[in-house]
Each structure stands twice: as C-alpha cells, then as structure tokens.
Design a protein around this ligand. Structure first.
Ligand SMILES: Nc1ncnc2c1ncn2[C@@H]1O[C@H](COP(=O)(O)OP(=O)(O)OP(=O)(O)O)[C@@H](O)[C@H]1O
Ligand SMILES: Cc1cn([C@H]2C[C@H](O)[C@@H](COP(=O)(O)O)O2)c(=O)[nH]c1=O
Length: 199
C-alpha cells in the first residue's frame, strides 16, 4: 500500500513522517525530492536557483520521481511493504502547477492539468494521501521562508491547487487540520492510516 503525505511547506509533513517511522518500523519510508540520488541533487540545485526555468524545473522533479518509482517505490510495493512518502506527485501538480501559471512559453490553458497529464502514463497513484491543511501565512511562517517556494503569496496559489486536487479525488485524500498541536496531528494521521490498512 502506498501512502503519501502532502501539504504546504511547514505544514508538518516531516514531523508526522518521523513519528510514523517509530509506529511502523517495518514500513518503507521515503520522500520527494529524493535525498539519495543525483536526480534529487539536481532538484535541490534548482530549488536554490531563484532564476531556474520553471519548465526545466518541472522536468527535473519529474525525472527524480521516475527514478524514485523504479528504484524505491515499485520494489517496496512488490515486496508487499507499506510505503510512506513525504511528498509525492501531488506536490508537482500543486507547486509546478503554480510556478507554470503565466509562463509564456508553455502553450496550455491549465498548467496543473498539464503536469497531471505528464505523469499519467507512468506514475503509480497512491492508495491514500493525507493532506495536512494549513493556511499559507502560517505555513510560510513555520517554514521560515528559506527557499523561493516558501513565500505566502506563492503558497496561496499552491494551496488553491491542492484544493482542486482534493475536489477531483475525494476518495483518495483525507484532510487533516495541521493547525493542531503536533501530537494531535499525529494521532489523527495515525488513526486514518490504521483505518486504511485495517490495523
Ligand atoms: N502541528 C504543529 N504545530 C506547530 N508547529 C509545528 C507543527 N508541526 C510541525 N511544526 C513545526 O513547523 C516546522 C516545519 O515542520 P515540518 O518540517 O515537519 O514541516 P514540513 O511540512 O515537512 O515542511 P517542508 O515541506 O518545508 O519540509 C518545524 O519547525 C516544526 O517543528
Ligand atoms: C516534491 C516537490 C517539492 N517541491 C518543493 C516543495 C518544497 O518547497 C521544496 C522541497 O521540499 P521539502 O519537502 O521542503 O524538502 O520543493 C516542488 O515544488 N515540487 C515537487 O514536486
């Protein structure tokens, strides 16, 4: 079973992911961008480049996703592991969907839909996606605005894109209020996960 954690920067995904690691020691824990491949290194170079071309950046993230699928996700699912990923394809739909808004050289009406279409032929859809919902101001505050994506105005567009994704796929997404204390957020996510895997 593939479970993904999604949300704005600072919404508490990694905090929950770390706590789940202790709760499910036999599961495969992974993340995007990956932090153990040159594809992931290339993505982090792009994140640190304020002038990175948004379309090139989409394909760097997507290359990292393709490698992540073949190297980590598919083998773990074939072994029958529970796989828990801190960010996954929905991050691309929401974030690159936002960076590509108003990018003149991409002749599409709906960048989010375009990014979904790029993934459609090869990605593996998660069985469950936990969306940690937080307002963009608090998210930017918590994240500390350390990279170009962690700014409230940009996170507004990302937030709107996540809302579209949740609306399109209500059976896959579970929304969790990320303004609660960390323990309460974890308890809620743990309950959702236990229900999903029949624990
Ligand atoms: N429920 C919470 N309430 C208040 N602060 C929190 C909560 N969860 C996490 N934090 C704090 O917010 C900051 C960001 O948390 P975390 O790294 O888990 O978020 P994230 O969603 O993984 O962020 P990013 O996507 O930027 O990596 C950390 O300082 C963390 O301690
Ligand atoms: C997977 C993915 C991530 N991003 C953005 C979101 C964050 O600002 C950075 C790095 O992620 P982290 O969880 O803070 O380490 O990258 C993105 O724009 N598109 C994606 O597909």
């Amino acid at each position: 079973m593939l479970v993904t954690l999604e949300g704005l920067d600072g919404s508490g995904k990694t905090t929950v992911w770390e706590a789940l690691r202790e709760r499910y020691p036999n599961a495969t824990f992974t993340r995007e961008p990956t932090n153990d491949s040159w594809y992931g290194d290339a993505v982090y170079r792009s994140i640190d480049d304020d002038d990175a071309d948004p379309l090139a950046e989409l394909f760097l993230y997507t290359a990292d996703h393709a490698d992540h699928l073949s190297r980590v996700i598919e083998p773990a699912l074939e072994r029958g592991d529970l796989v828990i990923s801190d960010r996954y394809a929905d991050s691309r739909f929401a974030y690159q969907g936002a960076t590509l808004e108003g990018y003149d050289r991409l002749a599409v009406d709906d960048p989010l839909e375009y990014v979904v279409d790029v993934h459609d032929p090869f990605t593996i859809e998660p069985d469950l996606t936990v969306y940690l919902e937080l307002d963009p101001e608090t998210a930017a505050d918590r994240a500390g605005t350390t990279n170009k994506f962690e700014r409230a105005a940009y996170l507004e567009s990302v937030h709107a894109n996540y809302e579209r994704l949740l609306e399109c796929d209500p059976d896959r997404f579970v929304r969790v209020d990320a303004t609660q204390e960390p323990d309460a957020v974890f308890e809620k996510v743990d309950g959702v996960l236990a229900d999903a895997i029949g624990d």
